[in-house]
Design a protein around this ligand. Structure first.
Ligand SMILES: Nc1ncnc2c1ncn2[C@@H]1O[C@H](COP(=O)(O)OP(=O)(O)OP(=O)(O)O)[C@@H](O)[C@H]1O
Ligand SMILES: [Mg+2]
Length: 243
């Protein structure tokens, strides 16, 4: 469903991602792990066509992102953590509808889909209020709803639970499981090992823009003769846990 083939991205001659190849199969949930600056966001941005690779090729649902960016975008839902970029003066519903229009949905589809998502994320109560006064958790719900209004087959999430409290983070994890049950393909970045352990079939670990591991967590545990993901991670990136 997602294929990266020797992808490199350089910013002013400095590589942020280097020779990166991996695949995410249809319906798979894959965690993208790495320290700050490892290249996670850059990778997700390239897959979502916001950035173009300097070298290499990215294919989503058999479509080359360089040639079919628009078609790729229609198949993808993107949620970047931190700043949600919602329009403060618009209501939650209007924010969602705005994205629905960008994706070319008709008004009726937007309306039914919005109601459905509002029920699902427990946001009916504030659906018609302006986003300006919303809490972080409420904003995140609207942002998620907005990013999947077009019912994409692929969902890319960049540190989706960062800054959320336990309730909101749990809601979010449930959502990933629901998406998975619906057969969506999910790639999400995180540096919370337990979250990855709970949600992912497989992990891709980056270090300074390069792939250092790609496989199931079970195979990672077996190779390191340990189930301590934090310690394994430190080993993989060469600090041996002595930091
Ligand atoms: N627009 C840009 N211009 C210049 N350098 C950039 C740009 N975007 C990212 N970089 C650099 O690329 C590298 C990878 O950054 P990226 O944001 O992809 O890492 P990350 O794994 O998402 O980190 P974090 O966990 O902090 O979010 C970093 O060294 C960063 O400084
Ligand atoms: Mg990032």
């Amino acid at each position: 469903m997602i294929l990266l083939d020797r992808v490199t991205k350089t910013f002013k001659n400095v590589p942020a991602v280097e020779g990166l190849s991996f695949e995410v199969g249809r319906g798979e949930v894959v965690g993208l792990l790495g320290e700050n600056g490892a290249g996670k966001t850059t990778t997700l941005r390239m897959i979502s066509t916001i950035l173009q690779p300097s070298e290499g090729r990215i294919v989503v649902d058999d479509l080359d992102t360089a040639q079919r960016a628009e078609d790729v975008r229609r198949r993808i839902g993107i949620l970047f953590g931190g700043e949600t970029g919602l329009y403060e003066k618009l209501t939650a519903r209007e924010n969602i509808a705005y994205f629905g229009k960008l994706y070319g949905l008709d008004d009726r589809t937007i309306r039914t889909r919005t109601e459905e998502l509002a029920k699902r994320f427990d946001m009916t109560e504030f659906l018609d209020r302006k986003v300006g006064g919303f809490s972080k958790g409420m904003r995140q719900k609207v942002a998620i709803a907005r990013s999947v209004v077009h019912d994409p087959a692929v969902v890319l999430l960049d540190e989706p639970t960062s800054g959320l409290d336990i309730t909101a983070a749990n809601m979010f994890r449930r959502l990933v499981q629901e998406f998975q049950a619906e057969g969506k393909t999910i790639l999400f970045s995180s540096h919370i090992m337990s979250e990855v352990e709970r949600l992912c079939d497989r992990a891709v670990i980056l270090h300074r823009g390069k792939l250092v591991f790609n496989g199931t967590l079970e195979s990672l545990f077996a190779a390191h003769d340990s189930r301590d993901l934090d310690a394994i991670f430190m080993n993989l990136i060469g600090t041996g846990g002595s930091r």
